[in-house]
Design a protein around this ligand. Structure first.
Ligand code: ADP
Length: 199
């Protein structure tokens, strides 16, 4: 039996940092961001479904998806944004499931890295979910620093997601990233040891 652990967080909470710790220990990673790009590559049914919904104006001259145009189209329109998520969801779900199944045959622990895991209701595909948690103050500070954003722009991005407090309530496992990187690493290793994925 292989265990499927979903990892999520909020923007700049430290999710990528945690995923890297698992990857360093050779656990397979199913990457939700990569999958979201893969399902709209040229000639995919995902891209065809997007064109059906939003029209061919979302394509570049070379037939690839024009992410900026699509982004502009949905950015200020909540209904269109929901439509976008709704159209792509089955393709993303199918690909996550397939990659997870393949990874399960290789390892007793599979990590599924999905930034918007709860927003997209992907928790049902996981055996457990870990959230990488920071307080709102740390989240704002790290996001401003990493993305060189003003306080108000950073806050807007944070506010567009489900709050980390809410995700913390839902998750089975919490990795607290309010301390040092060493402290974060220790929590991940302790979890791996406790669950006998490493000795
Ligand atoms: P996410 O993937 O959740 O958006 P990252 O893992 O990229 O977040 O972390 C956000 C930023 O905060 C990065 O610049 C990272 O280097 C930094 N960071 C992460 N954890 C810590 C920590 N414990 N102490 C200081 N900086 C950190």
């Amino acid at each position: 039996m292989s265990f499927v652990l979903g990892i999520t967080g909020g923007i700049a909470s430290g999710k990528s940092t945690v995923v890297k710790i698992f990857a360093e220990r050779q656990f397979p990673i199913v990457d939700g961001d990569l999958i979201a790009r893969k399902v709209v590559e040229p000639k995919t049914p995902g891209l065809a479904a997007l064109i059906d919904t939003f029209g061919p104006a979302i394509l570049q001259a070379d037939g690839r998806l024009d992410r900026k145009k699509l982004g502009d189209l949905v950015f200020h329109d909540e209904q269109k944004r929901q439509q976008l998520n709704h159209v792509l969801d089955p393709f993303i779900r199918k690909e996550i499931t397939q990659q997870t199944m393949a990874a399960k045959s290789l390892s007793n622990l599979v990590i599924v890295d999905i930034p918007l895991l709860y927003e997209g209701r992907y928790e049902e595909l996981m055996d457990a979910v870990a959230v990488v948690y920071v307080t709102p103050e740390y989240q704002l500070e790290r996001l401003m620093k990493r993305n060189l954003l003003s306080q108000s722009d950073a806050q807007k991005r944070i506010d567009s997601q489900m709050s980390l407090e809410m995700k913390k309530k839902k998750a089975e496992i919490i990795f607290d990233n309010c301390g040092s990187l060493e402290y974060l690493r220790k929590q991940v290793i302790d979890w791996l040891i406790k669950n006998q994925f490493v000795s």
